[in-house]
Design a protein around this ligand. Structure first.
Ligand code: BEZ
Ligand code: FE
Length: 254
């Protein structure tokens, strides 16, 4: 039996068991199929995987407890390909109308391997919401690729720093079929404020992760369940702005 045969036949057995257990009607089954058709049409399968906490399960099984390395986390559906290369000193945003009383945040740390050696050739790629609560792709007031960008570390000690603004909690998209699902099962759509990171370094496993901030009302009940304690980083005031330390430790490629 191939792996696909094994997994699919177990999945079907589980689905059939639940349908029987709940005596699901023909009408209900057709509604479920129509829902999945809508999810496909709306390109929301990643979002569905996220809000059902399936992405978190796959992340945990794929990366588990990688001792000594930075914890990975779910990517989510809101990465945009080919973000701009930012020049040092890196600032990932332009001011925009409606940004409100935003707080400037410097995120800084180093990129090293698990043996402590610096990784100056690492490329950091970040994306996050603006302080008005939305991603650039949802917000006409923001320039394209605002609060997104990548750059090469290019520092002998692997040190990096970028200037951004402290993000705020926001809701995952609710206007499509996944929004209807959340309402139907009584699940709120909020995520705690966070910054997404993708980090690539030669000879190392790529890292996809997120950084969270203390005292966020949704740390304990993120709608996608993706908060890991090790990824909640302190934010301290310094010379009129905020600073968040985040050292990134990469695992050598297997
Ligand atoms: C996000 O953090 O960008 C995200 C993650 C899962 C679903 C929707 C958005
Ligand atoms: Fe996000």
């Amino acid at each position: 039996m191939s792996r696909i045969d094994e997994v699919v036949s177990d999945a079907l057995e589980a689905i059939h068991r639940v349908l029987e257990q709940h005596q699901v009607t023909e009408r209900e089954w057709h509604a479920a199929l129509a829902f999945l058709t809508d999810v496909g049409r709306a390109d929301e399968f990643i979002l569905l995987s996220d809000v059902t906490r399936t992405s978190v399960l796959i992340d945990a099984m794929s990366h588990g407890d990688e001792e000594g390395a930075t914890a990975s986390d779910v990517e989510g559906p809101l990465y945009v390909d080919d973000p701009p290369w930012r020049k040092k000193p890196v600032r990932v945003y332009e001011d925009y109308e409606g940004m409100g009383d935003a707080e400037v945040l410097f995120v800084r740390g180093s990129v090293t391997s698990t043996d402590g050696s610096p990784l100056p050739d690492a490329v950091i790629d970040i994306w996050q919401t603006g302080p008005s609560g939305g991603y650039d792709i949802w917000d006409d007031r923001q320039p394209e690729f605002n609060f997104r960008g990548r750059w090469k570390v290019e520092d002998d000690a692997g040190a990096y720093e970028f200037q951004t603004m402290l993000p705020k909690p926001y809701t995952v998209p609710t206007e499509g079929p996944v929004g209807r699902y959340l309402e139907a099962v009584g699940q709120h759509p909020w995520r705690p404020a966070h910054i997404h990171f993708k980090v690539d370094a030669p000879g190392h496993q790529p890292l996809v992760t997120q950084v969270f901030f203390p005292d966020d009302p949704y740390l304990e009940n993120d709608t996608i369940g993706a908060v890991k304690e090790a990824l909640v980083r302190p934010v301290e005031p310094e010379n009129g702005h905020l600073v968040c330390p985040f050292d990134i430790v990469m695992r050598p490629a297997a």
